[in-house]
Design a protein around this ligand. Structure first.
Ligand code: PMP
Length: 362
């Protein structure tokens, strides 16, 4: 492992080293199979065991009952922006959206193309530096669903509790904080997440969907965009991302081995606190973007005194083997992504680099 560096990238992102090692060992030939995972049929017994095993591990990890379907789809979280309203926003109904950053804004934009989607709260006036307080939510009790983005990857703001949706089905884009802490799935009707942050490689999207919702899916949707078809076919209507599901299975096993979501949540809180404490103790040199009550444990976003210094910071950090720290092109600044597989030693290395950088440039 001598030539691996610390990868703070927002996604595709760092994966657990034991997962990469196992995948590397098995890439040429899966034990007992004599073919690579890249070469086997998605209808083979071997893959059947992998996808079913992955589902079992996901259910165990997050305590998901048989009231829910677990789907492995393609098209990324971005396709879910469209599939959710296509399946669950009939004409004559409205859907509520909480707009807390770039990703929820995109989800809303797609929903508006397909039906009546309304903003139930937005923090855009505050440059998306926080999630809304419950008192700010203008929820429609007759809404077809309430959509929110549990963690805004670009702005670095995260909901600490679910918005109270009452009897309105709760739909969540959890792409960048899925399985980063314990979750009560029974509060949700649908959770979706692109895999490439906490779950595996890009190319597979996890969808956790309450089965009773499938009765609401309209007839005659394009086949691939119909959750009912995907559920009836156990995500095998067409060829799924075989490799993506295989890696996800290994990541889920690793997550269970870490002690599950309780233990992972604690590790993530410790890592994030190390970095936020360093920002807060910098005497204003480093300015965190998110308000303390909305700070993301996954994506820590901050500014330096000038854009020139930010450029220098990113480039010097890269030379110090701390990569992927440049903020998203739409907001600038610095972003350190600390997903489940990101080690605490990497946060310590960044904090030490930051102290040194601030001292030298002061
Ligand atoms: N939602 C969130 C919160 C994201 O972070 C991302 C990607 N970074 C997306 C949606 C879009 O995901 P994808 O690229 O898988 O379509």
């Amino acid at each position: 492992m001598t030539d691996r560096i610390y990868n703070f990238g927002a996604g595709p992102a760092v994966l657990p080293e034991p997962v990469l090692q196992e995948a590397q060992r098995d890439l040429f030939s899966l034990p007992g199979v004599g073919m690579s995972i890249l070469e086997i049929s998605h209808r083979s017994k071997t893959f059947d065991e992998i996808i079913q095993g992955c589902e079992v591990d996901i259910r165990q990890l997050a305590g998901i009952s048989s009231d829910y379907e677990i789907l492995f789809l393609q098209g990324g979280a971005s396709l879910q922006f469209s599939m959710v309203p296509m399946n669950f926003l009939p004409s004559g109904r409205k859907a509520d959206y909480l707009v807390t950053g770039s990703w929820s804004k995109k989800a809303l934009k797609e929903a508006k193309k397909l039906g009546t989607a309304q903003v139930a709260a937005t923090t855009e006036a505050d440059n998306f530096n926080r999630v809304p307080a419950q008192s700010e939510l203008k929820l429609d009790p007759a809404a077809a669903y309430l959509h929110f983005t549990s963690n805004e990857t670009i702005h670095g703001v995260e909901f600490k509790t679910e918005p109270p949706s009452g009897s309105v089905p709760l739909v969540c884009d959890a792409s960048s904080d899925v399985f980063s802490h314990p979750i009560d799935v029974s509060r949700y009707s649908l959770i979706y997440a692109g895999a490439q942050k906490n779950l595996g490689p890009s190319g597979v999207t996890l969808v956790i969907l309450r089965k009773d919702l499938l009765g609401k899916v309209p007839e005659n949707l394009p086949t691939m965009l119909d959750y009912k078809v995907q559920a009836e076919n156990k995500s095998l209507y067409n060829t799924p991302s075989v490799f993506g599901v295989y890696i996800m299975r290994l990541v889920m096993k690793w997550a269970l081995g870490q002690g599950g979501l309780e233990a992972i949540g604690k590790q993530n809180a410790v890592k994030a606190k190390l970095l936020y404490d360093a920002l807060d103790a910098s005497g204003g040199y480093y300015r965190p973007h998110a308000r303390p009550d909305s700070r993301s444990n996954m994506n820590v976003t901050f500014r330096l005194p000038s854009e020139d210094l930010e450029k220098k910071f990113v480039s010097k950090a890269k030379s110090a083997k701390l990569d992927g720290l440049k903020g998203h092109r739409s907001v600038g600044g610095i972003r350190a992504s600390l997903y489940n597989a990101f080690p605490k030693s990497g946060v310590e290395a960044l904090v030490s680099f930051m102290k040194d950088f601030a001292a030298k440039s002061a």
